[in-house]
Write a protein that binds this ligand. Structure first.
Ligand SMILES: [Zn+2]
Length: 182
């Protein structure tokens, strides 16, 4: 089979498999395996760091995971809603905790489960109904688990060093900006 036909073959099969309107909404190209992810997840180390940051914010502040974020290769930002402004000391503690998790060399794994099984152990309330009957859960060792269709590193040791470089707090919203250093 010529390459063009091979690509077309995969594309058609993928097209036939699409039951999830989210995949169409994100305009996912159909010629590689990596593109089941939304565009913002294209850089796996940064996106995996986002998972760890979310879990750390939940543990430290009892807030929700970030729903508004912007993940890029060089720098990223995540928003969290808190009743009062955190101190610099608290945020440096968050940074240190994220780096502790990264340095623990945890495996990052994904599994697909029926929605009714997954929702017994994980909060799926942010997942739209049209996301389908099968849920992909991504685990960062025993530290974090959440539903995600993005692309991740296979071990936290691939992430690098997590650095908070700025933040601001306005009207209950904490915006954290971060980058990764080798
Ligand atoms: Zn993810």
């Amino acid at each position: 089979m010529r390459p063009a036909q091979a690509i077309l073959g995969v594309g058609l099969r993928r097209l036939l498999q699409i039951e999830n309107p989210l995949q169409i909404r994100y305009n996912i190209p159909m010629n590689t395996n990596a593109d089941l992810a939304p565009k913002k997840d294209y850089y796996a180390p940064m996106h995996t760091a986002e998972h760890i940051l979310n879990q750390t914010m939940v543990r430290v502040f009892g807030c929700n995971r970030s729903k508004t974020n912007h993940i890029e290769k060089n720098k990223s930002k995540c928003d969290y809603f808190l009743p009062s402004a955190p101190t610099e000391e608290q945020l440096r503690e968050v940074e240190a905790l994220v780096n502790d998790v990264i340095a623990s060399r945890l495996p990052v794994t994904a599994e697909e489960l029926p929605r009714e099984v997954a929702e017994k152990s994980v909060d799926l309330s942010s997942l739209p109904e049209e996301a389908g009957e099968t849920v992909r859960l991504v685990r960062v060792g025993g530290y974090d688990v959440c539903p995600c269709i993005g692309k991740h590193v296979s071990n936290t040791s691939e992430i690098g060093r997590f650095k908070l470089f700025s933040w601001d707090y306005q009207n209950g919203r904490l915006r954290i900006r971060f980058k990764l250093e080798q």
